[in-house]
Design a protein around this ligand. Sequence first.
Ligand SMILES: *[C@@H]1O[C@H](CO)[C@@H](O)[C@H](O)[C@H]1NC(C)=O
Ligand SMILES: *[C@@H]1O[C@H](CO)[C@@H](O)[C@H](O)[C@H]1NC(C)=O
Ligand SMILES: *[C@@H]1O[C@H](CO)[C@@H](O)[C@H](O)[C@H]1NC(C)=O
Ligand SMILES: *[C@@H]1O[C@H](CO)[C@@H](O)[C@H](O)[C@H]1NC(C)=O
Ligand SMILES: *[C@@H]1O[C@H](CO)[C@@H](O)[C@H](O)[C@H]1NC(C)=O
Ligand SMILES: *[C@@H]1O[C@H](CO)[C@@H](O)[C@H](O)[C@H]1NC(C)=O
Ligand SMILES: *[C@@H]1O[C@H](CO)[C@@H](O)[C@H](O)[C@H]1NC(C)=O
Ligand SMILES: *[C@@H]1O[C@H](CO)[C@@H](O)[C@H](O)[C@H]1NC(C)=O
Ligand SMILES: *[C@@H]1O[C@H](CO)[C@@H](O)[C@H](O)[C@H]1NC(C)=O
Length: 776
Amino acid sequence: MASLTRTTITRSWLIALLSVAAHGKTPSPYDYVDPLIGTINGGHVFPGATLPFGMAKAVADVLEENQGGFSSNDSPIYGFSHLHDSGTGGGASLGNFPIFPHAGCPNDDIKACAYPYHTRATPRVNGSINARPGYFDITLESQVRAEMTVTSHAALYRFTFPEVPTTPNTTLSPLIVLDLFDLQNSRSAANLVVDGASGRITGGGTFAPSFGVGNYTAYFCADFKGAELRDAGVWVNDTPSFEKSLTVAQQNNAGAWVRFKAPPSHNQMLVRVGISFISAAQACSNGNREMPSFGFDMALNASVNAWKEKLEVITIDAGGASDVLLKSFWSGIYRSMISPQDYTGENPLWTSTEPYYDSYYCIWDSFRSIHPLLTLLDPTSQTLMVRSLIDIYRHEGKLPDCRMSFCKGFTQGGSNADVVLVDAYLKNLSAGIDWTTGYEALISDAEVEPADWEVEGRGGLDAWKSINYIPKQADADTRSVSRTVEYAYNDFAIALIAKQLGHEDDYKKYLTRSANWKNVFRANQTAAINGMDTGFTGFLQPRWPNGTWASQDPIRCSPLLNFTSCYLNPSGGEAYEGSLFMYTFFVPQDMASLIQTLGGNEAFVKRLDYLHESGILYMGDEQGFLQVFLYHYAGRPGLSAARSRTYIPSQFNDTIGGIPGNDDSGAMGSFEALTMMGIFPNPGQDVYFITPPFFESVSIVSGQTGKTATITNVNFDAAGKNVYIQRAILNGSPYTKNWLQHSFFMEGGVLELTLGPEESAWGTKPEDGPPSLGPS
Ligand SMILES: *[C@@H]1O[C@H](CO)[C@@H](O)[C@H](O)[C@H]1NC(C)=O
Ligand SMILES: *[C@@H]1O[C@H](CO)[C@@H](O)[C@H](O)[C@H]1NC(C)=O
Ligand SMILES: *[C@@H]1O[C@H](CO)[C@@H](O)[C@H](O)[C@H]1NC(C)=O
Ligand SMILES: *[C@@H]1O[C@H](CO)[C@@H](O)[C@H](O)[C@H]1NC(C)=O
Ligand SMILES: *[C@@H]1O[C@H](CO)[C@@H](O)[C@H](O)[C@H]1NC(C)=O
Ligand SMILES: *[C@@H]1O[C@H](CO)[C@@H](O)[C@H](O)[C@H]1NC(C)=O
Ligand SMILES: *[C@@H]1O[C@H](CO)[C@@H](O)[C@H](O)[C@H]1NC(C)=O
Ligand SMILES: *[C@@H]1O[C@H](CO)[C@@H](O)[C@H](O)[C@H]1NC(C)=O
Ligand SMILES: *[C@@H]1O[C@H](CO)[C@@H](O)[C@H](O)[C@H]1NC(C)=O
């Protein structure tokens, strides 16, 4: 998905690094992670406390631009909540049951405290934020400081109150408000009970998913420690009462409140919120089990250790590369591991011994780089995700393309979970994966049209099998051309696994269908920008069911023309979130044929340069990623390397606005990480494009074998002038192919790249390039 606004705002992270330096330690990868990157201008990154792939995600929630809960703007904070998604391009997700601390009520009158979100919202103190993996800390203008950390299924908040509350006539007597609210105000029903003896608040509510259909029910259990309870009750709109339970439907602002005596120690108290999608009782047991003693430092330490463990599979020798690059790199890896979320044991929809992951948000975005990155860095988690996808197929009848909060999300193009499965298969992920059922799921996508293809599977399969393209339909949001090229690629992926599994007939069938992109290629189509011919001929174009060409301006839906008109909206056009000029490059299965179709290597390189330099390509959307590396197929691998340097750090960097589009669960971050390691993949194939790492060397320990693969640059210059590979040596022998296979990472070894300031002959011969089906 794409975000709409972009501007630059910088933030000083130096202070944190300098303080590390002052303590005499070299910064570790963990120290380089800045969770606030991408928290303004549409990045929608969740910057709060979470474990890798954890369900509990705690952060401050703001009133505006709150897709990830928090934003680095001036918007006031209305609460702290425990479930979030990161980087969504759809609506704001989750954010259920926020809590909000008052230091006291004026004149000690509970009626004088603010309850609904819009009256209690309070600005932050500028500069008070301290965010790092597993921890978020912010002070409100009320001088209440809120620190938070998490375990898998519970959030822990430590509130520090001012000795003298800032509101007039108020003495310290904390009142915590709990609200039956979510970020998008979507509640359809909720209830809660507050225990007048302990203060414990339990309850649940039913809410809408942010980019999908249906509803989900979440439960919470809030417990308090560190101060003596005075009284408790519920509230509706502006009015608190001493009732102890509440049932509400839509609209009303409503929740519970609990009031305490002044905390005896450091004016601090703790709030532990266990969460569950099964029941309030399970929410309580989650909290009790994971944080029996409310140990803030213990939970924080455990989450810091969990993150360090995730990062330590990579070792960098920076070779003088800037802190901007180091921070962008490690933060990108960090963001790739926030979601999908491990909801195993919390699935109310079916009983299974398989893992259950949620927040595939969305696979259209994540198949391109997030999942391949996880396969490299955390194959264990990626294996569990693949198993969960197959189990979703088992119980829902289809693989998802997008899924959040136990609901089916909107499909944007093809059935791209196919690519995720095949990528995993080709890279030898196997532990516990039922590939027989996995294959069945792929064939189902390719053959069986679901009742509602807007939320799973593929639509138009009759046409796909008879006229061999997805036709445009009058007055419909068909996305016919982008679906055609994605279905073609999905079928190619299925062909690859069919061959491996010995299904020779399927292999032939899907290989044939993978050529269907040719049926929407119109050889004499031209493209103009503001009436000026671009000089290129031959573009993808829509066709009617009868074969007659329809027409769509090849520039439309690029930043140059009606940029934001191609979402899931009526008259969204025939290419989803992008121009036909750009989609014309999307033939990852057969670049050789595409290059021939577009006039050969030289013409192709010229057109690809034009794509990058004319303003047609938008890097804030994931379809831009592969376009950086397509030079490899035209015998110019050096141009891929040079091109990647034009985007990092100018569009991907360490500022709070440092990603060009919404992060989509870490997609932008995974692009940065893979590009800087010099191994961007062609997802769904056993292909990594070789470009020089942005650091002197990079080593990855394989989670599959325990072996170490190292890519090292000779003649490395940190400024990035020597970006052209002159020669390569793999484990002591000359290596002329411009791509690697996953076996390099599994078997370990050393790839030594010698760099220079000019393009060389290395990797430029036809036989050096990555595989293609080849011109037929
Ligand atoms: C915080 O900084 C912003 C500018 O980034 C400014 O607009 C706002 O007024 C400041 N707030 C306070 C309380 O100083
Ligand atoms: C504070 O208390 C004084 C004296 O009781 C009273 O006159 C005043 O209205 C109170 N102010 C507020 C804001 O409640
Ligand atoms: C949630 O969705 C189910 C299934 O569509 C429906 O029966 C139920 O009424 C919905 N519940 C609420 C509270 O909206
Ligand atoms: C924090 O984790 C480190 C590393 O595992 C351990 O040595 C230390 O004892 C832990 N400290 C606490 C307070 O749990
Ligand atoms: C990966 O799997 C393929 C196909 O099953 C097999 O040929 C290959 O040896 C495996 N590679 C490794 C490194 O295990
Ligand atoms: C392309 O060729 C067809 C005839 O084959 C013609 O009708 C059409 O106008 C041409 N389109 C362009 C854009 O030149
Ligand atoms: C094909 O269908 C389109 C759209 O309905 C129509 O405009 C066109 O005239 C048809 N072409 C032929 C040859 O019938
Ligand atoms: C672009 O948007 C404008 C205004 O919404 C509309 O009038 C125009 O037809 C659109 N152009 C294209 C090529 O879609
Ligand atoms: C950082 O990235 C943002 C988003 O792409 C971009 O607008 C900004 O210009 C970049 N800043 C720097 C200093 O390169």
